[in-house]
Design a protein around this ligand. Structure first.
Ligand code: CTP
Length: 396
């Protein structure tokens, strides 16, 4: 579930081999409930056919500035009105140059100039074309004009070279479009998020960990970023890909997470502690692989620092948000935990309902009482949490 449902999106394709990704993007947008209208340049039609785009979008594809079937014979006006966003993917070097200069000699460039809605462009080109000062000059102009440039990424290119200029993947562009519709509730704020489990070493190959996937913490980091915050994500060991547009720092043990948080917390406006931090660690981590003995084995544990508790106890703490995963007595335990850790906001869930899943349900506890967030995808809950934080943040 995203905020794309019901949105009218005009997807423009200029010429580039990455045009095949636009087919997948159209499918993702249509599946999410967007109404997608596709406009292609002449060059784009050499890479992928309008038939494909028509089948995936469910709407006729437009290619011609002089299309007589469009009301008033003004395709450029007709198509750009009522759109929530225009997305150019792929955006070729040539098309970006046109946009930067305000040229309009075909349908797509003309409707971009005639638009009343936000414009997002996902560049796709060879690395030398990307690095060329002319392209960089055009990009600076486009950014100054308020056009959102999505990517590009670095990697293998169709020409056989490797470097910057690869168009983002369809799902990444989809997420960027979704993010562009989010209110910028945390603009100018610096947010520190911890996520995932920690791993407490027993020896060089073994450790104590938990089953936390990191998905909720990653969703919170993404929601904060989408709300306009500068986000640092301190992540325990997870299998998740780093979200785009934020700084991810990988840590392993609770002590490492503690140290990484303490090194950054003074600059944070908000600290959201989603990580499932191990409360104890083996007293001594052996520097070699332990060998099997014959009898029982004792493992002596010592407490780890309470990261959230330490941050909340600072003289001038950031706005602190805790998470509590309980298996029973959720409300009583969570409320008590909030008071014990002295945090203004705590999000609680039943552990057995959340771990590893893509959705969850949360109860938020604050000074005003409890607020239930019904079962929903983690990104939806994360956005509701961010909106709640924005409401509680002290106004400067
Ligand atoms: N937390 C932390 N450092 C720890 C333990 C927990 O920062 N060493 C944070 C978690 O990130 C979470 C909150 O404290 O935001 C509550 O974590 P939880 O494990 O539920 O609470 P504990 O205080 O460890 O209590 P218990 O395990 O007894 O429920």
């Amino acid at each position: 579930m995203t905020d794309i449902k019901g949105k009218r999106i005009l997807l423009g394709l200029s010429g580039g081999i990455a045009a095949y990704k636009a087919a997948e993007l159209t499918r993702l947008l249509a599946q999410a409930g967007a109404e997608v209208r596709v406009v292609m340049t002449e060059a784009a039609c050499r890479f992928i056919t309008p038939v494909t785009m028509q089948a995936l979008s469910g709407n006729p594809v437009h290619t011609d500035l002089w299309d007589a079937s469009v009301p008033n014979n003004m395709a450029h006006i007709e198509l750009s009105r009522g759109c929530d966003a225009i997305v150019i993917a792929p955006a070729s070097a040539d098309f970006l140059a046109k946009l930067a200069l305000g040229l309009c000699d075909d349908l797509l460039s003309t409707l971009c100039l005639a638009r009343e809605c936000p414009l997002l462009a996902a560049p796709a080109m060879n690395l030398q074309m990307w690095g060329n000062p002319a392209t960089q000059r055009n990009l600076a102009q486009l950014r100054a004009d308020g056009i959102a440039i999505l990517g590009p990424a670095s990697g293998d290119q169709a020409c056989g070279e490797v470097g910057m200029g690869r168009m983002l993947e369809a799902v990444e562009i989809f997420e960027e479009i979704d993010a562009s519709f989010q209110p910028k509730l945390l603009a100018g704020k610096r947010v520190l998020v911890t996520a995932g489990p920690t791993l407490e070493p027993i020896d060089t190959v073994r450790g104590i960990t938990n089953t936390r996937s990191g998905k909720m913490g990653y969703a919170v980091a993404r929601a904060a970023r989408d709300a306009g915050a500068t986000v640092t994500l301190l992540s325990g060991p997870t299998a998740l890909a780093p979200p785009r547009g934020l700084e991810r720092i990988d840590v392993s043990s609770a002590q490492e997470m503690h140290d990484a948080v303490m090194a950054r917390v003074a600059k944070a406006d908000v600290f959201i502690s989603v990580a499932a931090v191990a409360d104890y660690r083996p007293k001594e981590a052996k520097g070699h692989k332990l060998k099997k003995g014959t009898g029982e084995m004792m493992l002596e544990l010592q407490p780890n620092p309470d990261i959230l508790g330490t941050v909340a106890a600072r003289r001038r703490p950031p706005f602190c948000v805790g998470f509590a995963a309980e298996t029973e007595n959720l409300e009583a335990y969570a409320d008590a935990k909030r008071r014990r850790k002295k945090v203004p906001l705590l999000a609680a869930n039943l552990a057995q309902h959340a771990f590893g899943a893509d959705d969850n349900q949360l109860i938020l506890f604050d000074d005003a009482g409890k607020h239930e967030l019904p079962r929903a995808p983690k990104i939806v809950l994360a956005r509701a949490l961010i909106a709640h934080i924005a409401k509680l943040l002290p106004k400067k």
